[in-house]
Design a protein around this ligand. Structure first.
Ligand SMILES: [Zn+2]
Length: 582
């Protein structure tokens, strides 16, 4: 009896300690120095899903190299589908790890946090009021381009993934244009779940200082006003307090005013464009947190500070679950009311002015001296702590805003952009029969293409000239009503002035190409006939000759003057195919 009892006790303690060891993560076993490959990562996540009946793995896409894109859904109510999640009335928190897969703290932190919630249950209360969507690694192909030399500025882990995807695209520039298959999958996940709070985990580049953790929060006139207020007055103080309590020194994301001059030039804060995760969340009316640990701090500290940041978001969403869900709904409804009924303009361009305030900053002593290598001045950071006072530039001004039409009309031949819009959750209809519309149109001039590709595209800039016309729109054309939740996404994609619009990203570059040309001897004859018929035209021509020396000396431009005014000229050249109905 006693012997049996001891045996059982012995077996129990062995199995318990074995169990405990089994749940140790690769990162912990390595002495907090290494991060696992994708297969080992997924093995752990799958084990969590198998062990717990409140966690389920969903596959939301496949990478270009054929790897599954997975997401762990964690819900006490077993709400593993978007509709079920919505019915619980609990906020859904989306955690994105490894959008830049060399910056991988979030993955290792998520594994430990999920173990504490699901297995050891020391943090199971964290699940009472929220639903978690955890993406172990987003840029999975990039993650498997594994090596020691992928992040020159970064202090560990020993090996890590690469910044971009296998197609060399930076996923955190791809939120709007959605060229990467990974991003197409993410947008589908995003728009079907429509998370209430988004966390995007990264590691910084940049200056040296004492903070282990820095945060980017979108409260710079690009989010819904009440969401900004909540983030600034309630969430940020809560977050920094949590970080302080755990001893992880934190600060707003440090963006140097001048990357060469360093901290002396000051630091700046401002809105993220929608090509970035948090800027995208802002135009989807959802609060988000950009987590950026400091690259030079030990990996262990970076992982555990990321974990605390995630816990803080979970706790905040739990404490304010009703408010957050109501606020997100209100942001969606009021965006429509403000832009369509009250006719407010939507800001689509921002700048940070030259105005600054002084801010204390926990830095390290540094000095500048001439570099023998670069020949320029170099910054040398020392080990010595120093309380600095820096100029903080955070006066954000709106430099571009647009009025929002009731409808956009997209000709059927531009179905590619319609497909992309649908990924964003935009509803697009098709015109059933021909119909006449009064439309506002844009013609572009001063068209300039960027010489080098950026994210695989040659971006374009231009001047916009508006005009109106009455036009018969054929059946089969796409109609995008702006009276929908995604109104700000629609406007940012379709308004040429918005920095991440399709046209600026080069989706419409073919419209800038002239495809018919005149022969000089033909144009010569037509020009003479035009002058004969229209003396006013001759006057205009002579005036241009006398005023514009360059024009005067360019035979082709002189003939082109008449070509542009002839019926042979392509009326669609440089005209935006997308039309607005106001
Ligand atoms: Zn990053």
């Amino acid at each position: 009896m006693t012997k049996n009892f001891l045996f059982v006790l012995l077996m129990f303690s062995i199995s318990f300690s074995q169990d405990k060891n089994d749940w140790q993560t690769y990162f912990e076993k390595s002495g907090y120095l290494e991060t696992p490959r994708y297969a080992e990562t997924m093995e752990y996540f799958r084990k969590l899903a198998d062990y717990s009946d409140v966690a389920e793995m969903i596959k939301f896409g496949v990478s270009p190299q054929g790897r599954d894109l997975n997401c762990l859904v964690v819900s006490n109510d077993k709400a593993f589908k978007p509709e079920d999640a919505k019915a619980t009335g609990k906020p859904v928190i989306l955690i994105i790890n490894g959008i830049h897969s060399g910056e991988i703290e979030g993955k290792d932190a998520s594994m430990i946090l999920l173990r504490e919630i699901l297995v050891t249950k020391e943090k199971e209360k964290m699940l009472d009021n929220v639903i978690l969507l955890v993406i172990p690694v987003f840029s999975v192909d990039g993650h498997e381009r594994f090596g020691k030399y992928n992040r020159i500025n970064q202090n560990g882990p020993e090996e890590m993934g690469w910044r971009t995807t296998a197609q060399n695209l930076n996923l955190n520039r791809d939120w709007m244009k959605a060229d990467a298959p990974e991003m197409k999958a993410m947008l589908k996940l995003f728009s079907s779940w429509l998370p209430d709070f988004i966390i995007d985990n990264h590691t910084t580049d940049g200056a040296d200082y004492l903070y282990v953790m820095t945060f980017g929060i979108e409260y710079f006139k690009n989010s819904y006003s009440e969401t900004e207020l909540m983030l600034r007055s309630k969430f940020a103080p809560f977050l920094y307090e949590k970080m302080n309590q755990t001893g992880f020194l934190s600060h707003g994301y440090v963006w140097l005013k001048d990357w060469v001059k360093g901290l002396d030039s000051g630091i700046t804060e401002g809105p993220g464009a929608p090509r970035f995760s948090t800027g995208y969340a802002a135009i989807q009316n959802r609060p988000a947190l950009l987590v950026e640990t400091h690259m030079l701090k030990p990996y262990k500290e970076r992982v555990f500070s990321t974990k605390v940041a995630m816990e803080a978001v979970i706790e905040f969403c739990s404490d304010n679950k009703v408010e957050i869900i109501e606020l997100n709904g209100k942001a969606d409804r009021n965006s429509i009311i403000n832009l369509l009924e009250k006719k407010e303009k939507l800001p689509v361009g921002f700048k940070v002015s030259g105005k600054s305030v002084k801010t204390p900053f926990k830095g390290v002593k540094y000095y500048k001296e001439k570099s023998e290598i670069s020949g320029a001045e170099k910054i040398v950071y020392t080990e010595e702590k120093e309380n600095l006072v820096l100029d903080l530039f955070n006066d954000v001004q709106i430099v571009k805003e647009v009025s929002v039409p009731n409808l956009y009309i997209i000709p059927s031949e531009w179905s590619l952009i319609v497909e992309r819009m649908r990924l964003h959750g935009v509803k697009v209809d098709t015109l059933k029969e021909d119909k006449i519309f009064d439309v506002k149109r844009y013609r572009f001039s001063d068209i300039k293409f960027e010489e080098k590709p950026f994210e695989g595209r040659n971006r374009v800039s231009f001047t916009i000239n508006e005009y109106y016309e009455k036009r018969k729109i054929p059946a089969g054309s796409y109609i995008v009503s702006t009276d929908q939740r995604t109104i700000k996404v629609i406007v940012n994609l379709l308004e040429p002035e918005a920095e991440d619009s399709f046209i600026k990203w080069g989706f419409f570059n073919a419209i800038f190409e002239q495809k018919e040309y005149f022969e000089a001897y033909v144009m010569e004859k037509i020009s003479q006939e035009m002058i004969k018929k229209d003396p006013q035209l001759k006057k205009e021509f002579d005036e241009k000759l006398s005023l514009d020396e360059k024009f005067k000396n360019d035979p082709n431009a002189r003939l082109n003057f008449f070509y542009e005014r002839s019926p042979y000229y392509d009326s669609q050249l440089n005209v935006y195919p997308v039309m607005k109905v106001e």
